[in-house]
Design a protein around this ligand. Structure first.
Ligand code: SDX
Length: 429
C-alpha cells in the first residue's frame, strides 16, 4: 500500500521514492530503485533503520513494550493458550478451532519420533560437546534423513517439513541433553502433551516411573510461547537469507540455530545466569554495574538491553512471574540467584546510565534462573530457546518462500579497501 513519497537529493540527482504504510508501525521508504537512479547504496550495517521484508506474523512496538503474534498480545497468548496453539497461529494466521487444534496436535504428536539412525549420529559427538553444537549438527543433518520434504516449491512438502521440525525439536533437544549427561535416550509418548512429553524425555530414566510436575510442564509451555517468534531478529533474518537461496528448510533452521547461539542473542540466557553466579551476592552488584558502564570494560549486563525494546520487554514481565511460580513450587523461593537478580534489576532500573540508555531486562534475564531451578544445566538454556523459536523461524521462512516478490537476498557494501593496483613480484616486495 503506497501513500506518499520521499525525495532524496544526491548531487545533481533528485529521486522520488514511494513510501509504504503498514497496518500499524513505522512507514517504509521503498529504496529499490535508489542505486539505479543515483548510483548510490544506503548504508545501515546493524539494520537499525532497515526493513528487510514485509511480514504479517509478528509486530513489536519497542517504545511501548508491545508484542503481537498475528495481532494477539503475547500476554494473552501466554495466559490463555498453549504452545501448539501459538504454533498453529504463527503458521496459519488464526487461532485454531477446537477441531483444528485437535488435528494439529495429533499431527505434531505423531511426528515426534526421529529416524532410528539419528541415534547413531549422536554417538559421533564427544559426551562433553556443547548441546548447541550437537543441535546445529543434528538439525542440519535432518535433510540427510528426510529427503521427501526438501522440495521447497511443493506446498505439501513445505508443510510436512514444518510439522516435522516443530515435532522433532523437543526429541532432538532431549537427546542432546541425555547424550551430554550419559543417560539413555527416552522415547516420546503420544499420550502426553508437547511440554510434558519434552520434560519427560529430559528427566525420565528407564529404572523407574517418572511423573512430570504439571506446574513445571505449564511453565515450560509458557516459556516456549514467550520464545516462539520475534519479528526480524538476527537468527530469523539468518533463516530468511539462507532460505532465499532455495536451501532446504532443515539447513535454514540449522543456520538459525548457529546464529541464535551468540551471547548477544539467544546465548544471553546462558550468559545471564553465568553472570548472576559470578556476581554471587547482592553486595557485589555495584562493582558489576560500574563495569557495565565502563567504556573500557567489554563487560555488559547480560539479559539487559534490546535493539528494539526501549521499554520493558513484555516477555520479561511474564518470565519473571513464571520464575516466581516455579521457584515457589520447587521450594526455592529464597534462591540466592533470584535475590541477586531482583536486586540487580531494582538497582539497574534506577541507575541514570541504564535509564538514559533505555536498558531494561529482556527475556533472557529471568529465563536462566527458571530453567536452572527446573533442573537444566546452563548449556541447555539456548537449546530450549532454539526449540521454541523453531516455529517462528519456520513460519517466517514459509512466508518468505510464498512471497511472490521473493528473490535471493544479496546486500551490497561500502568498499574502503585498496583501489586497483598491479601485482609485485616477491623479489621486489
Ligand atoms: C535476544 O532481536 C531480538 O528480537 C532478539 C531477541 C529475540 O527474541 O529474538 O529478543 C532475543 O537476543 C535478547 C537480547 C539478549 N542479549 C543480551 O542480553 C546481551 C546484552 N545486551 C547487549 O549486548 C545489547 O543490549 C543488545 C545486543 C541486546 C542490543 O545491542 P544494540 O541494539 O546494538 O545496542 P548497543 O550495543 O549499540 O548498545 C547501545 C548502548 C551502548 O552504549 P554507547 O556505545 O551508546 O555508549 O547501550 C550500551 C552499549 O554500551 N549497552 C549496554 C548493554 N546493552 C547495551 N551496557 C551495559 N549492559 C548491557 N547489557
Amino acid at each position: 500500500m503506497t501513500d506518499t513519497s520521499a525525495n532524496i537529493v544526491l548531487g545533481d540527482k533528485k529521486v522520488e521514492m514511494p513510501v509504504k504504510k503498514g497496518t500499524i508501525g513505522p512507514d517504509v521508504i521503498d529504496i529499490g530503485a535508489l542505486y539505479k537512479n543515483t548510483g548510490a547504496f544506503t548504508y545501515d550495517p546493524g539494520f537499525t533503520s532497515t526493513a528487510a521484508c514485509e511480514s504479517k506474523i509478528t509486530y513489536i512496538d519497542g517504545d511501548n513494550g508491545v508484542l503481537l503474534h498475528r495481532g494477539y498480545p503475547i500476554e494473552q497468548l501466554a495466559e490463555h493458550g498453549d504452545f501448539l496453539e501459538t504454533c498453529y497461529l504463527l503458521l496459519y494466521g488464526d487461532l485454531p478451532t477446537a477441531a483444528q487444534k485437535k488435528d494439529f496436535d495429533h499431527r505434531v504428536t505423531h511426528h515426534t519420533m526421529v529416524h532410528e539412525q539419528m541415534n547413531k549420529f549422536f554417538s559421533g559427538f564427544r559426551r562433553d560437546a556443547h548441546p548447541m553444537a550437537v543441535m546445529v549438527g543434528t538439525v542440519g543433518a535432518l535433510s540427510a534423513f528426510y529427503h521427501d520434504s526438501t522440495d521447497i516449491t511443493d506446498p505439501h512438502q513445505r508443510m510436512v517439513a514444518s510439522l516435522r521440525m516443530i515435532a522433532k525439536m523437543p526429541t532432538i533437544a532431549a537427546m542432546a541433553y541425555k547424550y551430554h549427561i550419559g543417560q539413555p535416550f527416552v522415547y516420546p509418548q503420544n499420550d502426553l502433551d508437547y511440554s510434558t512429553n519434552f520434560l519427560r524425555m529430559c528427566f525420565a530414566v528407564p529404572c523407574e516411573e517418572y511423573k512430570v510436575n504439571p506446574v513445571l510442564a505449564r511453565a515450560m509451555d509458557r516459556i516456549f510461547i514467550l520464545h516462539a517468534d520475534h519479528e526480524q531478529n538476527a537468527s530469523t533474518s539468518t533463516v530468511r537469507l539462507a532460505g532465499s537461496s532455495g536451501a532446504n528448510p532443515f539447513a535454514c533452521i540449522a543456520a538459525g540455530i548457529a546464529c541464535l547461539w551468540g551471547p548477544a542473542h539467544g546465548g544471553a540466557n546462558e550468559a545471564a545466569l553465568n553472570m548472576l553466579q559470578e556476581i554471587g551476592t547482592v553486595d557485589k552488584i555495584p562493582e558489576y554495574i560500574a563495569r557495565a558502564k565502563d567504556k573500557n570494560d567489554p563487560f555488559r549486563l547480560m539479559g539487559f538491553g534490546h535493539r528494539v525494546y526501549k521499554n520493558y520487554d513484555p516477555r520479561a514481565k511474564i518470565m519473571q512471574k513464571t520464575t516466581h511460580e516455579v521457584l515457589a513450587e520447587l521450594g526455592h523461593k529464597d534462591d540466592p540467584l533470584l535475590q541477586v537478580a531482583m536486586e540487580l534489576e531494582k538497582i539497574a532500573l534506577t541507575d541514570p546510565y541504564f535509564i538514559e540508555k533505555k536498558l531494561y531486562p529482556n527475556i533472557d534475564f529471568y529465563s536462566g534462573i527458571t530453567l536452572k531451578a527446573m533442573g537444566f544445566p546452563t548449556t541447555m538454556f539456548t537449546v530450549l530457546f532454539a526449540l521454541a523459536r523453531t516455529v517462528g523461524w519456520i513460519a517466517q521462512w514459509a512466508e518468505m518462500i510464498e512471497d511472490p516478490q521473493q528473490r535471493i537476498g544479496r546486500p551490497r557494501q561500502l568498499y574502503t579497501g585498496e583501489a586497483q593496483r598491479d601485482y609485485v613480484p616477491v623479489s621486489k616486495r
